[in-house]
Design a protein around this ligand. Structure first.
Ligand code: IPM
Ligand code: MG
Length: 367
């Protein structure tokens, strides 16, 4: 039997540093758990632009469509700010999402006990928080046509289009209901049906899909009220499903509530391919953090937990995913902190490498 294949795209900024630590975890599974992966590595984002003049080479795109899962670090940096829009690092990521048809983006917002004090909210509001935002990722205003900057009379007009078909709404809704079935059986759908036709259709279609999931308690909220409720009492939510743009905003908000922005993973899933596995890309929620790149300060946990999500959602290894998550909890409980997790009172942070090594040691101890 051939090993499952993984394409690793470290990207820019702190991406390569955190990915080095993920490689240790991947290797650990090969040597200690008999779970070996065929790993290949390639460029995405600014580094791909530097090498090829495009943020995603066609060969890399083709490879991403072949492998069982893609693991991405982060893209972008100030060096690329002035590039033409069409070759900006982010375009590489957006092309991957679109061409792999990764319509369902899972963004957990989970508060690690050891970090509850880091939240900007009161501890009792966030302690134990564990919610999942399902963001539609391949449509909506990110991709809708017409788009562009046009001349209208003697001034310019910038246009983007919010557009959703019923089938696009239905498939992401279904993935959210499936997830809710495996969690707390509560789903809240967020849109702006009070001002947007696409929101009215969204609400209707989500409600229709919900008829197949009578056990799931479905509610609807306007996205602005949803943002308010997320800050007021986030524990009222279990799974939230929303469109591409609202999901972008609400997932950053939810991530920050946990005080753990450097800790949160994500999974972007498509339809199952010939191998029965969903097309899948895993990446940390955080960005490329160019200000600390190359200094060994970055927190590798979000990227390591993204690999854990790959174990769970692509490779049917939920127990092994839980093993990685427990190892992360362990090192945090032991007091290990990278620089981003230092409180105002300070302390001595561990490096990216030290954090990765400690997690490997905790995995060893779990055997
Ligand atoms: C995200 C990011 C991306 C997005 C950017 C980098 C294109 O903010 O993954 O949330 O807007 O989707
Ligand atoms: Mg975002």
């Amino acid at each position: 039997m051939t090993n499952p294949s993984l394409l690793i795209l470290p990207g820019d900024g702190i991406g390569p540093e955190v990915m080095t630590e993920v490689r240790k975890i991947i290797d650990w599974f090969g040597t200690k758990r008999g779970l070996a992966f065929d790993v290949s590595e390639d460029l995405v984002g600014g580094c791909a632009y530097d090498a090829h003049g495009t943020p995603l080479h066609d060969d890399t795109m083709a490879r991403a469509l072949e492998v069982d899962a893609v693991l991405l670090g982060a893209v972008g940096g100030p060096k690329y700010d002035d590039l033409d829009f069409s070759v900006k690092p982010e375009r590489g990521l957006l092309r991957l999402r679109k061409e792999m048809d990764l319509f369902s983006n899972l963004r957990p917002a989970q508060c690690f006990d050891a970090l509850a004090d880091f939240s900007s909210l009161k501890k009792d509001v966030v302690a134990g928080l564990d919610i999942m935002i399902v963001r539609e990722l391949t449509s909506g205003v990110y991709f809708g046509e017409p788009r562009g900057i046009f001349k209208e009379g003697n001034e310019r007009v910038g246009i983007n289009t919010q557009r959703y078909t019923e089938s696009e709404i239905a498939r992401v809704a279904r993935s959210a209901f499936e997830l809710a079935m495996r969690r707390g059986k509560k789903l809240c759908s967020m849109e702006k049906a009070n001002v947007m036709e696409s929101g009215i259709l969204w609400r209707e279609v989500v409600t229709e899909v919900g008829r197949d999931y009578p056990e799931v308690e479905l509610s609807h909220m306007y996205a602005d009220a949803g943002a308010m409720q997320l800050t007021r009492w986030p524990k009222q939510f279990d799974v939230i499903v929303t469109d591409n743009l609202f999901g972008d905003l609400l997932s950053d908000l939810a991530a920050m509530l946990t005080g753990s922005l450097g800790m949160l993973p994500s999974a972007s899933l498509g339809a199952p391919g010939a191998n029965g596995r969903p097309k899948a890309l895993y990446e940390p929620v955080h960005g490329s953090a160019p200000d600390i790149a190359g200094q060994g300060k970055a927190n590798p946990i979000a990227c390591i937990l993204s690999f854990a999500m790959a174990l769970r959602y692509s490779f049917d290894q939920g127990d092994e995913a839980a093993r990685v998550e427990a190892a992360v909890e362990r090192v945090l409980a032991d007091g290990l902190r990278t620089a981003d997790l230092m409180g105002p009172e300070g302390g001595s942070p561990v490096s990216t490498t030290q954090m990765g090594d400690a997690i490997v040691a905790a995995l060893d101890a779990s055997l």
